[in-house]
Write a protein that binds this ligand. Sequence first.
Ligand SMILES: *Cc1c(COP(=O)(O)O)cnc(C)c1O
Length: 230
Amino acid sequence: MIDIETNIADIQLKIRQLKDASGRAAGTVRLVAVSKKQTVEAIKIAMDAGQSDFGENYVQEAVAKIHELEGNSVVWHFIGAIQSNKTQQIASHFDWVHSIDRLKIAQRLNDQRPAQKSPLNVCLQINIDADNAKAGISPNNCLSLAQHVAAMPHLRLRGLMALPVKSTNVDVTTESFRRMHTLFTKTQQALGLEYFNSLSMGMSQDFELAVEEGATLLRIGTAIFGARSS
Ligand SMILES: *Cc1c(COP(=O)(O)O)cnc(C)c1O
């Protein structure tokens, strides 16, 4: 039996302990429960346990869940690959998008964000390990895209996101997280925007390391909900 409530409590406790040990300020690490391929019932259990941020990868699946849970105070994060023909739905239904990897997608999300909603919180996805199989922009192109996105009135550029290559070697993952943190700090200084304060990295396998290396948004699925149905 998967105990979602206990899993969330255990992860939150670990985050607190790591923050205390590293002297980081309280409230700077936010847990996004990745609920792709999980049921609405599982999401409700997590909500009852105090979880408010949820991450989804597939637009159609996500929009159905968002409709079903309407009226609850849920913060929805889109964390998957973005196709142009899906930007309208993403701009209409989500609060955050972590996976912006090109100007055209940012422009479409900006143009399609409903006027009555607050600006869409966005992060740029960085291909930190220069992995051909992964989405994301190269670190060299980060500042230029960030400056374009920061100028868009219906988007609020909140930070950077990364999905490092899976490695069983802790040193390799640590190195990727460090390069992300350095890029994040440099971009933050160059932009000078107070709300550019979010570094989205760390998943079930490596979130502890990510917290130690400065993550502010953790995207955790299986460690909360168990294995995903396919
Ligand atoms: C699925 C997914 C996660 C969660 O992965 P787990 O290993 O289940 O914690 C995090 N980030 C992204 C971008 C994902 O697609």
